[in-house]
Design a protein around this ligand. Structure first.
Ligand SMILES: NC(=O)c1ccc[n+]([C@@H]2O[C@H](COP(=O)([O-])OP(=O)(O)OC[C@H]3O[C@@H](n4cnc5c(N)ncnc54)[C@H](OP(=O)(O)O)[C@@H]3O)[C@@H](O)[C@H]2O)c1
Length: 246
């Protein structure tokens, strides 16, 4: 990241997990941080923990909320120059079982529609700024799917692909585009306590800040570094091992 301080950063889904750990570090590094999420109690908890945070209640899976978020943030914080698309959900899904489409639609809307739409909205505000950046949180599963979360994998693979095109298209506007690809990390993603076998969130957040400071455009760590760099043959082998119990 070419500029690590004095930014105004909007982090979607910043009230807990990876988003909150990064919010904390960005504030310590001298940035203003705005977060958004659906649960008021989680936003209030985050604000109690870090009083400098600006909090907004919006559901980024909804088009009208994304537009309202963009309008409110750019109106109240016209200096906003960094968008961190972090909000995400993950669902276990058996594709041969009947399920209402709205559940899948909402997962795709949160993980893929939202970062794409917000990137397009905020690009309009970022063009012409001295420094601006868009960061997308993908996953090690962007490269090797975990079959029990099939739609999640697809959204993250899609976001990885979108990030590559976005970076190239925004080069001419001098807007930096960064991908943050976490490995399995101990947060409440999927369900509270579902990821205790993952990397501690503080450890991953420290690694992200280091990667950003070093100027990495694709910040990976541990398992996500392995999958991002693996050859096709290696990915096939990792896929077999990862899904051996299925
Ligand atoms: N943990 C892992 O193992 C892992 C691995 C790879 C990638 N990731 C990615 O890392 C990102 C952060 O996840 P996390 O692990 O920190 O999970 P988390 O602790 O569950 O945090 C997800 C955040 O997203 C917010 N969110 C979800 N849906 C939203 C919506 N429709 N509108 C606004 N906010 C929404 C949640 O707040 P509300 O529920 O209050 O809205 C929450 O603050 C996600 O994109 C995830 O896919 C995580």
């Amino acid at each position: 990241m070419k500029k690590m301080d004095s930014n105004t950063i909007l982090i979607t889904g910043g009230a807990n997990g990876i988003g909150l750990a990064l919010a904390e570090r960005f504030i310590t590094a001298g940035n203003k941080v705005i977060i958004c999420g659906r649960r008021e109690d989680k936003l209030a908890e985050a604000k109690t923990k870090i009083p400098e945070l600006h909090t907004y209640k919006f559901d980024v899976s909804k088009e009208e909320d994304r537009i309202a978020l963009y309008e409110q943030v750019t109106h109240e914080h016209p200096d906003v120059n960094v968008l961190l698309n972090n909000a995400g959900v993950q669902r276990y899904l058996q594709l041969d079982e009947k399920e209402p489409w709205k559940n899948t639609e909402s997962e795709i809307a949160t993980n893929l529609d939202a970062p794409i739409h917000l990137a397009m909205l905020f690009t309009q505000h970022f063009i012409g700024k001295e420094y601006a950046a868009i960061m997308n949180v993908t996953s090690g599963l962007s490269h090797v799917p975990l079959v029990v979360v099939p739609v999640y994998n697809a959204t993250k693979a899609g976001l990885h692909s979108f990030t590559l095109s976005l970076r190239k298209q925004l080069e001419k506007h001098n807007i930096e585009v960064i991908e943050i690809s976490p490995p399995h990390t101990n947060t409440d993603l999927g369900a509270p306590g579902a990821n205790t076998a993952g990397v501690p969130v503080e450890e991953f957040a420290d690694a992200v800040m280091k990667g950003l400071m070093e100027g990495q455009q694709e910040v990976t760590y541990g398992w996500s570094q392995l999958t991002a760099q693996a050859s096709r043959a290696e990915r096939d082998e990792i896929f077999k091992q990862l899904n051996a119990d299925y």
